[in-house]
Write a protein that binds this ligand. Structure first.
Ligand SMILES: Nc1ncnc2c1ncn2[C@@H]1O[C@H](COP(=O)(O)OP(=O)(O)O)[C@@H](O)[C@H]1O
Ligand SMILES: [Mg+2]
Length: 127
């Protein structure tokens, strides 16, 4: 599994550049417009080009997780929901190996239906 590190230390420009990454977000309120397909294909293609890719599933439907080969995302303890929830509550995050699922061409942080509850809380201003 690839280690993903974000370093934001002053006066350590070289270290920051060493770990600099690009983040692409594919988002649309509308369903069925190929968001998941696009991410899966883009992530796989970048992985085949030798890039280190981490796909972060932020869709409660979990289609990207399932299509990436994650079996039964609903049974997982650590997902984008649990990570966001921990971050919002300022709890300690688990080890990366506990929530990043290694795949052949890319790694995945899976998502499941539990994220929809968190999204509702955020929309209601509860966080
Ligand atoms: N380029 C394409 N040509 C034809 N069908 C596509 C294409 N991209 C995606 N699809 C199909 O469209 C449907 C919706 O795609 P999906 O990626 O699940 O959308 P979303 O994530 O936006 O809900 C799926 O059945 C998918 O297989
Ligand atoms: Mg989708």
């Amino acid at each position: 599994m690839v280690k993903y590190t974000i370093i934001l230390l002053k006066n350590q420009r070289k270290e920051v550049l060493k770990y600099m990454c690009k983040i692409y977000a594919v988002a649309s309120q509308k369903g069925g417009v190929a968001k998941s397909s696009k991410v899966l294909n883009l992530a796989t293609a970048l992985g085949m080009m030798g890039k280190k890719v981490l796909a972060v599933d932020l869709d409660p439907q979990g289609s990207l997780s399932i299509c990436s080969g994650v079996e039964n995302p609903d049974s997982l303890t650590h997902t984008t929901y649990s990570l966001l929830n921990a971050a919002l509550n300022e709890d300690e995050l688990p080890e990366q190996s506990e929530y990043i699922v290694p795949r052949e061409k890319m790694d995945v942080i899976p998502c499941n239906i539990t994220l929809s509850a968190l999204l509702s809380c955020i929309l209601q201003g509860l966080f």
